[in-house]
Design a protein around this ligand. Structure first.
Ligand SMILES: C[S@@+](CC[C@H](N)C(=O)[O-])C[C@H]1O[C@@H](n2cnc3c(N)ncnc32)[C@H](O)[C@@H]1O
Length: 233
């Protein structure tokens, strides 16, 4: 197996999140397998839920090699908007930049719990398969950061492991936990992501948009349109 602590890049060493420098070269092969072939279909469903009907500023958090980030940039109407992907693992960002080609995409090494952007910078924030890499303390900080960087009326979409609703879903979620030995996955299985969202600044403005494979939920969090710009949760 990989030595995850030894191979962490400088940015990744600043977080206790589970970072993936060690898997960057293989990630695009592993992700479809780990998601049972659902990766691209799920990414497309997330992009559809984001309502990118006008040029917008979009932040993809924990973007990995940028597969979702590129789909977002492609879905945006021509003539404006910008899409940034951030990840703590600098090797993931290197791969994402190489794959971006000439598209108007930006990738930066940064931490979800300490986003390097001013308040009210984005119309949309998104994360897929990311929150099960953070413990409950970091989940809480990352959600607060999302609220801070979204504009009034802005929305966040989060797709991640949640409380399983089927036997198959329970099997998949627990298999992931045992395979990666990641307590953060068990937190999600036990409903901690949901609890963090429900007790955050979004507590009156979140919903589950859809459920997938019996263990994944797509959440939508909305900043009220009348929120004064940059207000912290
Ligand atoms: C499973 S990957 C998900 C990648 C991509 N979103 C996707 O849908 O395939 C989770 C990513 O979160 C990153 N990560 C972990 N902790 C982080 C943190 N505190 N801030 C930003 N990224 C982090 C990891 O390095 C990894 O690339």
């Amino acid at each position: 197996m990989f030595d995850r602590t030894f191979q962490r890049s400088a940015c990744a060493r600043r977080t206790t999140g589970v970072t993936l420098d060690h898997a960057a070269a293989l990630y695009d092969w592993l992700a479809p397998v780990m998601t049972l072939g659902m990766e691209t279909r799920l990414h497309r469903q997330v992009v559809a839920a984001m309502d990118l009907d006008r040029p917008m500023a979009v932040l993809d958090i924990g973007c990995g090699t940028g597969s979702l980030t590129r789909l977002i940039a492609d879905a945006m109407p021509a003539g404006g908007g910008w899409t940034i992907g951030i990840d703590a693992a600098e090797k993931m960002i290197d791969v994402a930049r190489r794959k971006a080609g000439s598209r108007s995409l930006q990738f930066e090494a940064a931490l979800a719990e300490d986003l390097p952007y001013p308040p009210a910078s984005f119309d949309r924030a998104v994360s897929t398969f990311f929150f099960h890499h953070l413990d409950v303390r970091l989940k809480t900080r990352a959600i607060a950061e999302i609220q801070r960087v979204l504009r009034p009326g802005g929305r966040a979409h989060i797709l991640d492991v949640d409380i399983p609703t089927t036997r198959f879903g329970s099997f998949c979620a627990h298999a992931g936990y045992h395979l990666f030995r990641q307590p953060e996955i068990m937190e999600n299985i036990n409903g901690m992501l949901r609890l963090v969202i429900a007790t955050s600044g979004f507590k009156d403005s979140w919903r589950i948009v859809s459920r997938h494979a019996g263990y994944l939920s797509l959440y939508e969090l909305t900043v009220p349109s009348d929120k004064p710009e940059g207000v912290k949760s």
